[in-house]
Write a protein that binds this ligand. Sequence first.
Ligand code: PLP
Length: 385
Amino acid sequence: MNNVYFDHNATTALDNAVLEAMLPWMRTQSGNPTSRHLFGRSARDAVEHARAQVAEACGAYSSQVIFTSCGTEANNFAIKGMAGHKPASQILSSAIEHPCVTRPAIAMQQQGFISQQIAVNTDGKVDLAKLKQQLTAPTSLVSVMLANNETGVIQALAAIAEMTRAASAFIHTDAVQALGKMPLNFTDLNVHAMTISSHKIHGPQGAAALILDKRVDIEPLLHGGGQEKGLRSGTENVAAIVGFGAACELAVTNQKSYVSHTQALREQFEQGLLHINNVLKVTMFGNNVTRLPNTSFFAIDNIEGETLVMALDRKGYAVASGSACSSDSTEPSHVLLAMGVNADIARGAVRVSFGANNTTAQVAEFLVTLNNEVLRLKQLTAIAA
Ligand code: PLP
């Protein structure tokens, strides 16, 4: 049977070169980066080298990179730490954020903050006019993701940052899905803080970073030995950080070929979906605006997304339904509901996210399987009716 992975927005396999870079730090190199001896100093050098690689991949200075254990931690740190340094007022986050942005914003309500959502339009883009209106009330922090994990839709972040700064609030962006899939430049985006994560770019799980403007006062989540300039205590995960750095360097080198390759696969896939469309109604999401090159999000009329995902899994294809990588909830995707998609259609959502190692042959075979599975499920539904 095939075993084909089309779920790269959830996580990606560790690259061999990344693993090679990590192995010494898992075997023989055992120093703690805070130790003064040779072992400690070489671990420190490795972490600092990785910091430079990460900074280079996202248009930041090394001094702006704060390593964390995952994107979720970096988002919690940004929301709680930055808002917590302003007088309690509103925290605005877009209605399509990952729960690791919305939930800390809601948690801040216990400290007197008010968490409000920013609406998106039917294409999944932040409604700038509504945001401007919302920013007339005192605001501590705005958080808008650069690219959405489900639709791949890319936001006009620099414009959002400008409006937010004009309102004297902090602006944070979750760029976890953007890293490696599009040019990324912290300085050009003009945000105060930006989250990135290693395991989305063929790096290991267990490393991520908050890129932070040094002028921003922020409250740490973890207090302790004072690592990461006192902003994130805890002994650094040296092997994972080294892997994150190596993965960032590869992502920069491969950026152009990644974009053209995954975009071509998606084009082939979406053209193929149109043929299924001759028989069955397919709704595409986010395809009218600029989106990540590798992401395709769609629903086939009267077919449950979860059911189709499981049927495809049995045939050896890994794809995701709406709201993947957040929980095992079967609720329709909050992203699609925010875009005004009808709940029944949203329940049919399936996400295919391609990666650099996928091939045109895999896509062609997948289209045949998808067609067969959809027709089989339709027949089952007709028999049951
Ligand atoms: N933000 C977005 C947009 C994501 O897609 C994810 C994970 O899927 C995260 C944050 C969380 O990152 P991590 O898995 O590193 O905690």
